[in-house]
Design a protein around this ligand. Structure first.
Ligand code: PLP
Length: 352
């Protein structure tokens, strides 16, 4: 390897840590630079208005609301659905429960009712039913069920969404979707986005994951829901001004980066197939742009160093998550596989 290659690798590693690591492309940066803007708190930023309407349309909802992050979008959704002392039913592994610093409880005074996720990422219907509290002064009021799709890269089946939708309707509960990666679910199923959002009263969608925007999420719901959410967003510090420069990145992403998610899914499968050929590793198959690999604990430290030397970034854990995205091409997948393979060739020959 010569110096230019080493330089290139240091500047452009194969970054499998997350799909949040993508950098805005030239085209996206141009769209941002040229965006028409206004003051969005006054409601007159035309690019933001266009993004909100466009994404709401795709999700088959009436209105949208642009937020700086998915965490804020989920928090605002929960605070719009629930009052102080209400409760939401949520998966134990869900981002809204586990990875948002307890915001719903701390800032929203909303009690979570976490339930163990099934291996396919669903919350079993009978467990949802059993967790709904009766109308009794002893209990928090159960108001909402929150699902996540995709969850750990897994796609929730349409039939399951229909069943939860029916249950929510029958029990008078609202239904929120943390759809940070819901476009991956729709592309994997080969259906329009609306088909996987239809049962939900509100859907939060990230632009900064596989879609490749630098920032932003959009919360979608009815006109009345979004009007109320706008107030909570302001309270949470999410009222933004000439934010059309960021919304333009989102619009560019919707235009250019949806169908190509299928490429990320293919890459994840290629990575999974290649890694499965290494005897020491146990690979859980990829449904979308994410796979999980069980790595022997004794290898973690050295393998991590080896990968880094080879220009491959991954957060190594006993169960390591690898994520593909639009800044990794086929050659990058091959390079990542070669790095894993050379490590195991080497470690086998030294241990013999
Ligand atoms: C990334 C993510 C979010 C929101 O994350 P932010 O970093 O706050 O934008 C929410 N839910 C899921 C499932 C996510 O992956």
């Amino acid at each position: 390897m010569d110096w230019t290659e080493i330089f290139e690798m240091a500047l452009n590693p194969i970054d499998l840590r997350s799909d949040t690591v993508t950098r805005p492309s030239e085209g996206m940066r141009r769209a941002m630079a040229q965006a028409e803007v206004g003051d969005d708190v006054y409601g007159d930023d035309p690019t933001t208005i266009e993004l909100e309407a466009r994404l709401a349309g795709l999700a088959a909802k009436e209105a949208g609301l642009f937020m700086p992050s998915g965490t804020q979008s989920n928090l605002v959704a929960l605070m719009t659905h629930c009052q102080r002392g209400d409760e939401y039913i949520v998966g134990q592994d869900a981002h809204t429960y586990r990875y948002e610093a307890g915001g719903a409880a701390t800032l929203g005074s909303i009690q979570p009712q976490p339930i163990e996720n099934a291996p396919d990422g669903t919350i079993p219907l009978e467990k949802i039913r059993a967790a709904i509290k009766p109308d009794d002064i002893h209990f928090a009021r159960t108001r909402l069920v929150t699902l996540e799709n995709t969850i750990a890269g897994k796609v929730l089946a349409k039939s399951y969404l229909d069943e939860v939708g029916e249950l929510a309707k029958a029990t008078g509960l609202a239904l929120h979707l943390d759809g940070a990666r819901v476009f991956n679910a729709a592309v994997a199923l080969g259906v329009p986005l609306g088909a996987v959002c239809t049962r939900f009263d509100s859907v939060s969608i990230c632009l900064s994951k596989g879609l490749g925007a630098p920032i932003g999420s959009v919360l979608c719901g009815s006109h009345a829901f979004i009007a109320e959410a706008r107030r909570w967003r302001k309270m949470a510090g999410g009222g933004m001004r000439q934010v059309g420069v960021l919304a333009a990145a989102g619009l560019y992403a919707l235009e250019h980066n949806i169908e190509r998610l299928a490429v990320d899914h293919d890459h994840a499968q290629q990575l999974a197939t290649g890694l499965a050929a290494i005897e020491a590793l146990k690979v859980r198959p990829a449904q979308t742009n994410m796979l999980f690999v069980e790595i022997p604990g004794a290898d973690l430290l050295e393998l991590g160093l080896h990968l880094r030397e080879a220009g491959v970034l991954a957060t190594l854990q006993p169960v390591t998550r690898l994520v593909t995205h639009l800044d990794i091409d086929r050659a990058g997948i091959d390079r990542a596989l070669a790095a894993f393979k050379s490590f195991y060739r080497r470690s086998r020959s030294t241990s013999l």
